[in-house]
Ligand binder design. Structure first.
Ligand code: 5GP
Length: 127
């Protein structure tokens, strides 16, 4: 599979500083920022800084360093925002939508980190 990255997508513009964002965490390879239209009290988007279209593009083409940094950062976001599972409960959900069936809107790989309320079942029952 070959992936064509659109350098004009909204997250590419955020990475270039052309559009503002509310940064939660930043490393050499990864940026985490608040979703503009939050679906839960905590809704953070974690993105690699490299030009990857979706999950499968990222895990097949990014370096081990980028991949490790990305997932470690996502874990730290969950801890720092207070949604990580603890003795008191809590917990969160990560989602990565890919392609038309996954209803991916922005063609730059991202992980949604959602929490801060009971999120319910993962998917609505099939019709
Ligand atoms: P997708 O449907 O591609 O998985 O999710 C894209 C997400 O990006 C949506 O949750 C949407 O609210 C968020 N989003 C779209 N445009 C912007 C923006 O300009 N800034 C931020 N912070 N989030 C955005």
């Amino acid at each position: 599979m070959s992936y064509e990255y659109d350098a004009e997508n909204i997250f590419a513009k955020i990475l270039r500083g052309e559009i503002p964002n509310k940064t939660v965490m930043e490393t050499e390879h990864t940026l985490a920022f608040e979703d503009i239209n939050p679906q839960a009290p905590t809704h953070v988007l974690v993105i690699p800084k490299g030009p990857y279209v979706n999950f499968d593009h990222f895990v097949s083409s990014a370096s081990d360093l980028e991949i490790a940094d990305f997932f470690r950062t996502a874990g730290k976001v969950a801890e720092q925002t207070g949604v990580a599972q603890s003795a008191e409960g809590a917990g969160f959900r990560t989602i990565s939508n890919a392609g038309p069936d996954g209803v991916q809107e922005v063609p730059h790989f991202h992980l949604h980190v959602l929490g801060g309320r009971m999120l319910g079942r993962m998917l609505p029952a099939p019709r």
